[in-house]
Design a protein around this ligand. Structure first.
Ligand code: DGL
Length: 254
């Protein structure tokens, strides 16, 4: 069993980690499009094109299943990838929504990149289930996480500033609609005490269960489209240890 997972950068490694923990034997192929991150500031057409190119790379590894571990790509490109690919495709939006619906008493908050929030994908799914939704883009969270600032006073001030309206609006559940945000979960949960904070990574790992077959050697292959000084530190932060990776040239850089 080979599972392909892609994200615009390193955030999707939180999803990869959850999949690794649940399916010990599967061989996992990850692609982080670090040459073109962020996706969250780009148009729908561009996000779809980038997603197709990432999927093509992973299909060349003969994956049996594709996980879109990026909320922006899931919001804009899931349908297109489902149409184009010969394997099952699972995005992060639906699993996150399902978990939120299990937890909420009726008022859900959603945060994500500008593209994810503007796409309205989360809001539409939630509203279909009769839940009231308050959404907000939090564009400062991605660069904060990319800089490795996931706790301490700077993270606390930015989290407080971005999320203060969720305190007043009696939201009972907050969806972290961006794969970078789980790295700020401690700070977010401590600021929004009493609000259930949903990180979709475990929900995604559960969602793919029907597609996972036996077989594989439990290998993990990390690929990125560009290198950076920060990359090894981010990988270590997520996996708790250094993991080697390859920089690939098959995916276009623009
Ligand atoms: N991975 C993106 C997401 O989950 C966040 C980073 C970006 O803007 O590309 O939406």
């Amino acid at each position: 069993m080979r599972i392909g997972v892609f994200d615009s950068g390193v955030g999707g490694l939180t999803v990869l980690r959850a999949i690794r923990e649940k399916y010990k034997d599967a061989d996992l192929y990850y692609l982080g499009d670090t040459a073109r991150v962020p996706y969250g500031t780009r148009s729908k057409e561009t996000v779809i094109r980038y997603s197709l190119e990432c999927a093509e790379f992973l299909m060349s590894k003969e994956v049996d299943l594709l996980v879109i571990a990026c909320n922006t790509a899931s919001s804009y490109a899931t349908e297109k990838l489902m149409e184009e690919l010969p394997v099952p495709v699972v995005g992060v939006v639906e699993p996150g929504v399902k978990t939120a619906l299990e937890r909420t008493r009726g008022r859900v908050g959603v945060i994500g990149t500008r593209a994810t929030i503007n796409s309205g994908t989360y809001q539409n799914y939630l509203k279909q289930h009769g839940v009231s939704v308050i959404s907000k883009p939090c564009p400062l969270f991605v660069p904060l996480v990319e800089e490795g600032i996931t706790e301490g006073p700077v993270a606390e001030i930015i989290v407080e500033d971005c999320l203060k309206e969720f305190k007043d609006k009696e939201v009972d559940t907050l969806i972290l609609g961006c794969t970078h945000y789980p790295l700020l979960k401690k700070v977010i949960s401590s600021y929004l005490k009493g609000i259930a904070v949903i990180d979709s990574s475990e929900a995604v790992a559960k969602e793919i269960l029907p597609f996972v077959k036996d077989g594989g050697e439990g290998r993990t292959y990390l690929n990125f489209t560009d290198d950076s000084q920060n990359l090894p530190n981010m990988i270590e932060k997520i996996f708790g240890r250094r993991v080697s990776y390859s920089v690939v040239s098959e995916v276009p850089k623009s």
